[in-house]
Ligand binder design. Structure first.
Ligand SMILES: Cc1cc2nc3c(=O)[nH]c(=O)nc-3n(C[C@H](O)[C@H](O)[C@H](O)COP(=O)(O)O)c2cc1C
Length: 193
């Protein structure tokens, strides 16, 4: 997906190529799209939950996902956009920990993201605000075919500035850390697993 108007990407860093390959090799396994997103709450305490990674972002390098602006994580991200996403590909025994900042996608990408959701996933954005007390007269529309994103729909990207890769495939395990420097170059260091 073209998620932004950012400049064309340079050559993909190795971690991005690994991740693209892991996604492609796991295509048939929907569970491989689930990753855990960690944020920090108003008290400085960690919060963590599963999100569906909707795809990789070429420029700047990262991943994108969707959420509800009324959710706890949206409030946390507004205060502290720095996050870590932990993504494990069980079939490949590979873990990717992406650190970086979360940003909103532009409106065209947001509309495209909405269009890609199933009607039932779109419907969840018409449900009452997540995390608030449930009542007997709550309405939970099973789906919507509306083509315009509802106001609470957020399409976000994680712009990575550090990646920690761990492969359990062989013994000893393989672990590599990448960091992006001020010039945008990615540097790697192979570390003990
Ligand atoms: C398999 C799975 C996939 C999920 N995908 C998403 C998602 O893509 N976006 C999202 O906001 N919540 C998703 N959720 C729900 C979140 O994990 C979480 O329960 C909800 O967003 C409220 O979290 P919060 O209060 O920390 O914001 C998913 C949950 C599961 C179990």
């Amino acid at each position: 997906m073209d998620t932004s108007n950012d400049a064309a990407p340079g050559p993909a860093p190795v971690w991005f190529r690994y991740l693209a390959k892991a996604c492609s090799r796991s295509k048939r396994h929907p569970v491989a799209r689930y990753a855990q997103l960690a944020t920090v709450d108003a008290d400085g305490a960690p919060r963590c939950r599963t999100v569906v990674v909707r795809g990789l972002v070429e420029a700047p390098r990262g991943v994108w996902f969707v959420t509800d602006a009324r959710s706890g994580k949206a409030e946390e991200l507004a205060r502290e956009p720095r996050v870590e996403l932990c993504w494990y590909f069980a079939g490949l025994r590979e873990q990717y920990r992406l650190r970086g900042r979360v940003e909103e996608l532009d409106e065209a990408a947001r509309e495209d993201a909405w269009a890609r959701l199933s009607p039932s996933s779109r419907g969840t954005f018409l449900w009452p605000p997540p995390g608030t007390p449930r009542t007997d007269d709550d309405m939970f529309p099973p789906e919507t075919r509306g083509t315009t994103p509802v106001p609470c729909f957020r399409a976000l990207r994680l712009v990575a500035d550090a990646v920690d890769f761990l492969s359990l495939r062989d013994a000893p395990h393989e672990r590599v850390r990448w960091t992006r420097d001020a010039t945008g170059e990615w540097n790697d260091v192979r570390v003990r697993p």
